[in-house]
Write a protein that binds this ligand. Structure first.
Ligand code: GLN
Length: 493
């Protein structure tokens, strides 16, 4: 059996449970694939193949011993390098954590390990997940598998590229303002930003704690459902996690979507939207209509304020979260260099942080410290918090009427490496369609919807109500059963 790296989780799991293949065989196929494409793609910061081989052997033994296998048993996964992994370097793609080895596993990592998933390694991201292109990484940019002169999107660009290039069967990412959805869209993967609090953030490096979410990037909505069943749920170590009893997400697969109500918020289809993306979205919406969904244009008027609101709050929280990196307890430190050159404690902090933070992290600290300072707090942070409440309410009202809302994930397809790096504002605007969802706290998925004339992937964003992941999976899965965009693979030279 060849090309096992191409399998979806659903396919691999069925074959594993039937004894048709072994986890070790899948793993070797993936390792070979990684070694072949990594010179072009650069998704992995750290590879943990020896750990993976031992885990695969154990999974194979569970099968031989007749133990029940979970749906992720024996399935290889790539983790964005912000998930703490016991004994394995966790860098957040920052020089300040280049040698950081955590003493514990993040809750999600533990859940994956308990389910028997196989850890391939840690993949690239923008430093501290701040960015939309995976260029803000201390380990060099990741390249888009569909056109290696372009970015994979960000910040979970390593995760999305690894999925698209078949360098894993699935990956985990994080999404604070679009970091799962936008790279999934740029790379043609299926990525889900969950309801705030559905998945534990314990042991995951923070960006903006009140927006941060953790979710899967996979090859299909069906695979997303399988992963969600394992990673979602309450965690005593994260007090913001949900307490509700959660459904079996695979029960939303294979459904008829006749009569489902879909809202099309007009603010997402205006100025700045590429004509090709607009056309692909319109065709996708028509497809859903042909499957029986009822589509209606509607309005979310505060959308226009989302970017300003988001960056004020996100950077405020970021400046506070980044304060802990001083190089004293762990991470990059001048104490490990020439101690005699350090004048005092302030000088040590100054040198460590100046040398080891990248530009976007520094920009975050400056912006966030400014908006939280006493003279400006009311004008910026407080105002932004009010706008946040407004946005949240608009989404709550919308979902009284609609099952889901559909928008483009990004106004344009993947841009060139270097194109936006020197212009932070234009980089921020790459997330104009995804940032409103995080303050609303609701779930949203990026689903492959088509390709531009030059062969670049375009994603559609399906937004659902609070804890409405099932509704999203239902629509996405119906769309994927009726289309083939998500099955198309890039040719990597
Ligand atoms: N590009 C956005 C930012 O830099 C979102 C990043 C994210 O979701 N982590 O804030």
């Amino acid at each position: 059996m060849e090309n096992l790296y191409k399998l979806t989780i659903q396919e691999a799991s069925t074959k594993l449970k039937a004894g048709e293949i072994t986890s070790s065989k899948i793993l070797e196929s993936i390792i070979e694939r990684i070694e072949k494409v990594e010179p072009e793609i650069n998704s992995y910061i750290t590879k943990t193949f020896e750990i993976a081989r031992a885990q695969a052997k154990e999974s194979d033994k569970r099968y031989v011993d007749g133990k029940p296998l979970s749906d992720l048993d024996g399935i290889p996964v790539a983790l964005k390098d912000v998930f703490c992994t016991k004994g394995v370097k966790t860098t957040a793609a920052s020089k300040i954590l280049e040698d950081f080895i955590p003493a514990y596993d993040a809750t999600v990592v533990e859940k994956l390990e308990n389910a028997g998933a196989i850890m391939l390694g840690k993949v690239n991201t923008d430093e501290f997940t701040m960015g939309s292109s995976t260029e803000n990484s201390a380990f060099g940019p990741t390249h888009n598998p569909w056109d290696t002169s372009r970015v994979p999107g960000g910040s979970s660009g390593g995760s999305a590229a690894a999925v698209a290039a078949d360098e894993c069967l699935f990956a985990l990412g994080t999404d604070t303002g679009g970091s799962i959805r936008q790279p999934a869209s740029f790379c043609s993967a299926t990525g889900l930003k969950v309801t705030y609090g559905l998945v534990s953030r314990n042991g995951v490096v923070s960006y903006a704690s009140s927006f941060d979410t953790i979710g899967p990037i996979a090859k299909s909505a069906a695979d997303v459902a399988i992963i969600l069943n394992i990673i979602a749920g309450n965690d005593p170590l994260d007090s913001t996690t949900v307490k509700e009893k959660l459904p079996d997400y695979t029960s939303f697969l294979g459904k008829d979507i006749k009569g489902k109500k879909i809202g099309i918020p007009k603010e997402f289809y205006g100025q700045g939207l590429s004509a090709e993306v607009d056309k692909i979205l319109k065709d996708a919406i028509k497809k859903l209509e042909s499957l029986g969904a009822e589509v209606e244009e509607m309005s979310l008027p505060s959308t226009d304020f989302a970017i300003a609101m988001y960056y004020i709050i996100a950077k405020s929280e970021a400046s506070s979260n980044l304060a802990r990196y001083d190089g004293i307890r762990y991470g990059y430190s001048n104490l490990k260099k020439d101690k005699t050159k350090i004048k005092d404690l302030i000088d040590l902090y100054f040198k460590n942080r100046t040398e080891a933070f990248g530009n976007e992290a520094k920009r975050s600290i400056m912006m966030g410290t400014y908006t939280l300072s006493s003279g400006y707090f009311d004008a910026y942070y407080k105002k932004a918090s009010q706008v946040r409440s407004l946005i949240k309410r608009e989404y709550e009202d919308a979902f009284k009427k609609y099952d889901v809302l559909i928008t483009p994930v990004s106004p344009f397809p993947a841009f060139k490496i270097g194109e936006k790096l020197e212009d932070p504002l234009s980089m921020y605007l790459a997330d104009v369609n995804t940032v409103p969802i995080n303050p609303a706290g609701v779930p949203a998925m990026s689903v492959p919807a088509g390709f531009t004339s030059t062969g670049l992937p375009v994603g559609m964003q399906i937004i659902g109500p609070h804890l409405g992941e099932g509704k999203i999976i239902e629509i996405a899965d119906a769309f994927q059963r009726a289309t083939e965009h998500h099955l198309k693979k890039p040719e990597i030279k």
